[in-house]
Design a binder for this molecule. Structure first.
Ligand code: SAH
Length: 265
Protein backbone atom coordinates (compact mmCIF):
# COMPACT_ATOMS: atom_id res chain seq x y z
CA UNK A 1 0.00 0.00 0.00
CA UNK A 2 2.81 2.40 0.87
CA UNK A 3 4.52 1.49 -2.40
CA UNK A 4 1.26 2.26 -4.21
CA UNK A 5 0.96 5.69 -2.59
CA UNK A 6 4.58 6.44 -3.29
CA UNK A 7 3.98 5.60 -6.93
CA UNK A 8 0.97 7.88 -7.00
CA UNK A 9 3.02 10.73 -5.61
CA UNK A 10 5.81 10.09 -8.04
CA UNK A 11 3.41 10.07 -10.94
CA UNK A 12 2.04 13.53 -10.16
CA UNK A 13 5.24 15.18 -8.95
CA UNK A 14 7.00 17.08 -11.71
CA UNK A 15 10.29 15.31 -12.07
CA UNK A 16 13.01 14.69 -14.59
CA UNK A 17 13.12 11.01 -13.68
CA UNK A 18 11.55 8.97 -16.51
CA UNK A 19 8.56 6.93 -15.37
CA UNK A 20 10.24 3.85 -16.80
CA UNK A 21 12.77 4.09 -13.96
CA UNK A 22 10.13 3.75 -11.27
CA UNK A 23 10.53 0.64 -9.14
CA UNK A 24 8.80 -2.49 -10.48
CA UNK A 25 5.53 -3.50 -8.90
CA UNK A 26 4.45 0.10 -8.49
CA UNK A 27 1.41 0.79 -10.65
CA UNK A 28 2.40 3.89 -12.56
CA UNK A 29 -0.31 6.13 -13.93
CA UNK A 30 0.55 5.35 -17.53
CA UNK A 31 -0.60 2.22 -19.33
CA UNK A 32 1.77 -0.68 -18.60
CA UNK A 33 2.67 -3.88 -20.45
CA UNK A 34 4.40 -6.68 -18.55
CA UNK A 35 5.70 -9.51 -20.69
CA UNK A 36 6.89 -12.86 -19.32
CA UNK A 37 9.39 -14.29 -21.79
CA UNK A 38 12.52 -16.40 -22.13
CA UNK A 39 13.81 -13.72 -24.49
CA UNK A 40 13.49 -10.33 -22.79
CA UNK A 41 16.08 -8.97 -25.22
CA UNK A 42 13.40 -9.27 -27.94
CA UNK A 43 11.68 -6.25 -26.33
CA UNK A 44 10.85 -3.51 -27.08
CA UNK A 45 11.79 -4.72 -30.58
CA UNK A 46 9.57 -3.09 -33.18
CA UNK A 47 7.70 -1.31 -30.41
CA UNK A 48 10.84 0.78 -29.83
CA UNK A 49 10.41 2.43 -33.27
CA UNK A 50 8.22 5.19 -34.69
CA UNK A 51 5.11 6.29 -32.78
CA UNK A 52 5.10 3.52 -30.17
CA UNK A 53 8.84 3.94 -29.57
CA UNK A 54 8.65 7.72 -29.23
CA UNK A 55 5.76 7.39 -26.79
CA UNK A 56 7.69 4.75 -24.84
CA UNK A 57 10.72 7.03 -24.55
CA UNK A 58 8.48 9.89 -23.45
CA UNK A 59 7.00 7.69 -20.72
CA UNK A 60 3.47 7.78 -22.18
CA UNK A 61 3.28 4.02 -21.70
CA UNK A 62 5.51 1.50 -19.97
CA UNK A 63 6.97 -1.84 -20.99
CA UNK A 64 8.62 -4.38 -18.74
CA UNK A 65 9.98 -7.67 -20.06
CA UNK A 66 10.24 -10.20 -17.24
CA UNK A 67 12.88 -12.88 -17.83
CA UNK A 68 11.47 -16.35 -17.12
CA UNK A 69 14.94 -17.91 -16.77
CA UNK A 70 15.73 -16.82 -13.18
CA UNK A 71 12.54 -18.59 -12.03
CA UNK A 72 13.97 -21.87 -13.39
CA UNK A 73 15.08 -24.85 -11.38
CA UNK A 74 18.57 -25.91 -10.28
CA UNK A 75 21.96 -24.73 -11.36
CA UNK A 76 20.87 -24.54 -14.97
CA UNK A 77 17.61 -22.75 -14.20
CA UNK A 78 15.59 -25.28 -16.15
CA UNK A 79 12.21 -23.95 -17.23
CA UNK A 80 10.87 -26.84 -19.31
CA UNK A 81 10.42 -30.59 -19.29
CA UNK A 82 9.15 -33.39 -21.50
CA UNK A 83 5.38 -33.64 -22.14
CA UNK A 84 3.43 -35.91 -19.79
CA UNK A 85 2.15 -38.83 -21.84
CA UNK A 86 5.07 -38.60 -24.25
CA UNK A 87 5.53 -36.94 -27.59
CA UNK A 88 7.88 -34.46 -29.19
CA UNK A 89 9.25 -31.24 -27.73
CA UNK A 90 9.24 -29.62 -24.32
CA UNK A 91 6.63 -27.87 -22.19
CA UNK A 92 7.12 -24.88 -19.88
CA UNK A 93 6.82 -26.12 -16.28
CA UNK A 94 3.80 -25.17 -14.16
CA UNK A 95 5.82 -24.37 -11.01
CA UNK A 96 8.36 -22.18 -12.83
CA UNK A 97 5.79 -20.23 -14.83
CA UNK A 98 3.45 -20.05 -11.85
CA UNK A 99 6.09 -18.26 -9.76
CA UNK A 100 6.77 -15.84 -12.60
CA UNK A 101 3.07 -15.06 -13.03
CA UNK A 102 2.59 -14.47 -9.31
CA UNK A 103 5.56 -12.12 -9.12
CA UNK A 104 4.53 -10.28 -12.27
CA UNK A 105 0.92 -9.73 -11.19
CA UNK A 106 1.99 -8.30 -7.83
CA UNK A 107 0.74 -4.74 -7.53
CA UNK A 108 -1.52 -5.03 -10.58
CA UNK A 109 -5.29 -4.57 -10.07
CA UNK A 110 -7.04 -7.88 -9.35
CA UNK A 111 -9.99 -7.07 -11.59
CA UNK A 112 -9.08 -8.61 -14.96
CA UNK A 113 -11.12 -5.95 -16.75
CA UNK A 114 -8.65 -3.44 -15.34
CA UNK A 115 -5.63 -5.63 -16.03
CA UNK A 116 -6.05 -8.58 -18.43
CA UNK A 117 -3.77 -11.60 -17.96
CA UNK A 118 -3.24 -13.27 -21.31
CA UNK A 119 -1.20 -16.04 -22.84
CA UNK A 120 -0.20 -16.09 -26.51
CA UNK A 121 -1.34 -19.32 -28.10
CA UNK A 122 -2.45 -20.58 -31.52
CA UNK A 123 -5.36 -22.22 -29.67
CA UNK A 124 -6.57 -18.90 -28.28
CA UNK A 125 -9.38 -16.65 -29.43
CA UNK A 126 -8.26 -14.75 -32.54
CA UNK A 127 -7.02 -11.25 -31.68
CA UNK A 128 -9.24 -8.44 -32.98
CA UNK A 129 -9.42 -4.65 -33.02
CA UNK A 130 -12.17 -4.94 -30.38
CA UNK A 131 -9.71 -6.72 -28.05
CA UNK A 132 -7.11 -4.02 -28.68
CA UNK A 133 -9.74 -1.44 -27.73
CA UNK A 134 -10.66 -3.34 -24.58
CA UNK A 135 -7.01 -3.70 -23.50
CA UNK A 136 -6.29 -0.03 -24.26
CA UNK A 137 -9.14 0.82 -21.90
CA UNK A 138 -7.49 -1.13 -19.05
CA UNK A 139 -4.60 0.14 -16.92
CA UNK A 140 -2.22 -2.39 -18.37
CA UNK A 141 -1.83 -5.98 -19.49
CA UNK A 142 0.33 -8.97 -18.59
CA UNK A 143 1.27 -11.32 -21.43
CA UNK A 144 2.89 -14.75 -21.25
CA UNK A 145 4.98 -15.79 -24.24
CA UNK A 146 5.10 -19.54 -24.76
CA UNK A 147 7.99 -21.41 -26.35
CA UNK A 148 8.58 -25.02 -27.43
CA UNK A 149 5.28 -26.98 -27.32
CA UNK A 150 3.63 -24.40 -25.08
CA UNK A 151 2.85 -24.14 -21.38
CA UNK A 152 1.46 -26.53 -18.74
CA UNK A 153 -2.36 -26.34 -18.90
CA UNK A 154 -2.64 -26.12 -15.09
CA UNK A 155 -1.14 -22.62 -15.10
CA UNK A 156 -3.84 -21.47 -17.53
CA UNK A 157 -6.58 -23.06 -15.39
CA UNK A 158 -5.19 -21.92 -12.04
CA UNK A 159 -4.87 -18.23 -12.92
CA UNK A 160 -7.82 -18.14 -15.33
CA UNK A 161 -5.57 -16.95 -18.13
CA UNK A 162 -7.16 -15.69 -21.38
CA UNK A 163 -5.59 -17.42 -24.41
CA UNK A 164 -5.24 -15.22 -27.49
CA UNK A 165 -4.02 -16.10 -30.99
CA UNK A 166 -2.46 -13.87 -33.62
CA UNK A 167 -3.91 -16.06 -36.38
CA UNK A 168 -4.18 -19.56 -37.77
CA UNK A 169 -0.48 -20.32 -38.07
CA UNK A 170 2.20 -21.54 -35.68
CA UNK A 171 5.03 -19.28 -34.56
CA UNK A 172 8.14 -20.44 -32.72
CA UNK A 173 7.30 -18.31 -29.69
CA UNK A 174 4.83 -15.78 -28.39
CA UNK A 175 7.13 -12.74 -28.61
CA UNK A 176 6.21 -11.64 -32.15
CA UNK A 177 2.52 -12.13 -31.39
CA UNK A 178 2.85 -10.10 -28.18
CA UNK A 179 4.53 -7.26 -30.06
CA UNK A 180 1.88 -7.25 -32.78
CA UNK A 181 -0.94 -7.13 -30.21
CA UNK A 182 0.83 -4.49 -28.13
CA UNK A 183 1.38 -2.35 -31.21
CA UNK A 184 -2.33 -2.50 -32.06
CA UNK A 185 -3.24 -1.68 -28.43
CA UNK A 186 -0.74 1.05 -27.63
CA UNK A 187 -1.57 3.11 -30.72
CA UNK A 188 -5.14 3.37 -29.42
CA UNK A 189 -4.02 5.08 -26.20
CA UNK A 190 -5.19 8.69 -26.67
CA UNK A 191 -1.88 10.13 -25.53
CA UNK A 192 0.16 7.95 -27.90
CA UNK A 193 -1.40 8.55 -31.32
CA UNK A 194 -1.84 12.31 -31.60
CA UNK A 195 -4.35 12.21 -34.42
CA UNK A 196 -7.37 10.44 -32.93
CA UNK A 197 -9.44 10.87 -36.09
CA UNK A 198 -7.15 8.57 -38.06
CA UNK A 199 -7.86 5.82 -35.51
CA UNK A 200 -11.60 6.22 -35.92
CA UNK A 201 -11.49 6.13 -39.70
CA UNK A 202 -9.24 3.17 -40.30
CA UNK A 203 -9.96 -0.47 -41.10
CA UNK A 204 -12.20 -2.39 -38.66
CA UNK A 205 -13.21 0.58 -36.53
CA UNK A 206 -16.31 1.04 -38.66
CA UNK A 207 -16.63 -2.70 -39.36
CA UNK A 208 -15.36 -2.12 -42.91
CA UNK A 209 -11.92 -2.36 -44.50
CA UNK A 210 -10.44 1.02 -45.33
CA UNK A 211 -10.73 2.64 -48.77
CA UNK A 212 -7.54 2.83 -50.93
CA UNK A 213 -5.12 5.70 -50.22
CA UNK A 214 -3.22 7.88 -52.73
CA UNK A 215 -0.67 10.68 -52.52
CA UNK A 216 1.72 12.55 -54.80
CA UNK A 217 2.72 12.43 -57.60
CA UNK A 218 -0.61 13.08 -59.35
CA UNK A 219 0.46 10.74 -62.16
CA UNK A 220 2.82 7.79 -61.76
CA UNK A 221 3.75 5.12 -64.37
CA UNK A 222 0.77 6.29 -66.42
CA UNK A 223 -1.63 5.87 -63.47
CA UNK A 224 -3.69 8.77 -62.18
CA UNK A 225 -5.19 9.40 -58.78
CA UNK A 226 -8.98 8.88 -59.01
CA UNK A 227 -10.25 12.33 -60.15
CA UNK A 228 -12.87 12.54 -57.38
CA UNK A 229 -10.05 12.75 -54.79
CA UNK A 230 -8.65 15.80 -56.63
CA UNK A 231 -12.08 17.48 -56.95
CA UNK A 232 -12.08 19.24 -53.58
CA UNK A 233 -15.72 18.16 -53.15
CA UNK A 234 -15.69 16.71 -49.64
CA UNK A 235 -19.20 15.22 -49.86
CA UNK A 236 -18.32 13.38 -53.07
CA UNK A 237 -15.02 12.23 -51.63
CA UNK A 238 -16.70 10.82 -48.50
CA UNK A 239 -19.29 8.99 -50.66
CA UNK A 240 -16.57 7.56 -52.92
CA UNK A 241 -14.53 6.37 -49.95
CA UNK A 242 -17.57 4.74 -48.32
CA UNK A 243 -18.46 2.95 -51.58
CA UNK A 244 -14.87 1.73 -51.99
CA UNK A 245 -14.77 0.49 -48.40
CA UNK A 246 -18.02 -1.41 -48.86
CA UNK A 247 -16.91 -2.92 -52.18
CA UNK A 248 -13.54 -4.03 -50.77
CA UNK A 249 -15.11 -5.56 -47.68
CA UNK A 250 -17.79 -7.37 -49.69
CA UNK A 251 -15.20 -8.82 -52.10
CA UNK A 252 -12.43 -9.69 -49.64
CA UNK A 253 -14.13 -10.35 -46.32
CA UNK A 254 -17.62 -11.82 -46.65
CA UNK A 255 -17.55 -12.47 -42.87
CA UNK A 256 -17.06 -8.79 -42.04
CA UNK A 257 -19.55 -7.76 -44.72
CA UNK A 258 -22.27 -9.99 -43.29
CA UNK A 259 -21.65 -8.65 -39.77
CA UNK A 260 -21.72 -5.06 -41.05
CA UNK A 261 -25.02 -5.57 -42.84
CA UNK A 262 -26.55 -7.32 -39.83
CA UNK A 263 -25.57 -4.36 -37.63
CA UNK A 264 -27.04 -1.88 -40.08
CA UNK A 265 -30.28 -3.92 -39.89
N1 SAH B 1 2.30 -26.97 -29.81
C1 SAH B 1 1.54 -25.76 -29.90
C2 SAH B 1 2.33 -24.66 -30.61
C3 SAH B 1 3.45 -24.13 -29.80
S1 SAH B 1 4.27 -22.83 -30.60
C4 SAH B 1 0.27 -26.03 -30.67
O1 SAH B 1 0.29 -26.83 -31.60
O2 SAH B 1 -0.75 -25.39 -30.39
C5 SAH B 1 5.17 -22.12 -29.27
C6 SAH B 1 4.60 -20.84 -28.69
O3 SAH B 1 4.52 -19.85 -29.68
C7 SAH B 1 3.19 -20.95 -28.13
O4 SAH B 1 3.18 -21.42 -26.81
C8 SAH B 1 2.69 -19.52 -28.24
O5 SAH B 1 3.06 -18.75 -27.11
C9 SAH B 1 3.42 -18.99 -29.45
N2 SAH B 1 2.57 -18.99 -30.65
C10 SAH B 1 2.68 -19.80 -31.72
N3 SAH B 1 1.75 -19.53 -32.65
C11 SAH B 1 1.02 -18.51 -32.16
C12 SAH B 1 -0.11 -17.78 -32.66
N4 SAH B 1 -0.67 -18.05 -33.84
N5 SAH B 1 -0.60 -16.79 -31.89
C13 SAH B 1 -0.06 -16.51 -30.69
N6 SAH B 1 1.00 -17.16 -30.16
C14 SAH B 1 1.54 -18.15 -30.89
Amino acid sequence: MSARRAAGRLAITPSLTPRSLEKRGTPAKVWQARIITLFPEAFPGVLGLSLTGKALKEGLWGLEAIDLRPFGIGKHRNVDDTPAGGGAGMVLRADVLGRAVEMTMRGAPEDRAEWPLVCLSPRGRPFTQAMAQRWAGARGVTMICGRFEGIDQRVIDHFGIEEVSLGDFVLTGGELAAQAMLDATVRLLPEVLGNAASVEEESFSSGLLEHPQYTRPAEWEGREIPPVLMSGNHGEIARWRQAQAEELTRARRPDLWAAYQARKG
